[in-house]
Design a protein. Sequence first.
Length: 215
Amino acid sequence: KSYASAAGPVRVLSDISLDVAAGEVCALVGPSGSGKSTLMNIVGLLDRADAGTYCLAGTVVDGQRPDALARLRNQTIGFVFQAFHLIDRLTALENVALPLKYRGVGRAERDHLAREALSRLGLSDRQQHRPGELSGGQCQRVALARAIVGRPSLLLADEPTGSLDSASAASVMALLAELNAALKLTIVVVTHDPVVADQCGRRLEIRDGRLLGAA
Ligand code: ADP
Ligand code: MG
């Protein structure tokens, strides 16, 4: 994967060869600028590699049209980010229900599933709160509820604990482990935090756009 620059293309990822099995929990670690987010964006169908092949949940995604990719992304992948990316004017319940709205799920079913997801994340009593009325840890749990409400098979979390105090970070990691066990969710977590990385079953290390230990 290269990005264009005034001086020509700048290569950001090279020779990435990686298999993640269903149900794995992987940490992706590496210095700032090493390509972690770029790799997550490709895995998450938010960006494309310039070469190579990518198979997601049995579907080869290379060359698929943008609308097919968007549908596959909506149905297969949940995202969590460091800065939560919640919509401030919507309640927790409305934020969580939003991906289902994009999918065309009716109002009653959306609310039912969103309540269920919030309850799984211990937020039943915060449904009508807006992000500004919640702590950072609670906001990240709302974001997690939104990420899983559509029953994805893959959860991609880019520095999910990066904005949290250590107690909230531990609670988010415990919830990830619980979701992995209960829903057989495959999880890839980008992190700088060795405590977080140690809680993952597998550790992928990237340096200058290459996975260490890979052929
Ligand atoms: P990380 O998440 O590990 O900090 P990134 O994947 O964000 O790293 O970035 C990897 C490299 O690609 C960096 O050198 C960064 O400056 C560059 N980069 C990232 N996004 C873009 C972009 N949209 N355009 C140009 N260069 C980019
Ligand atoms: Mg990054």
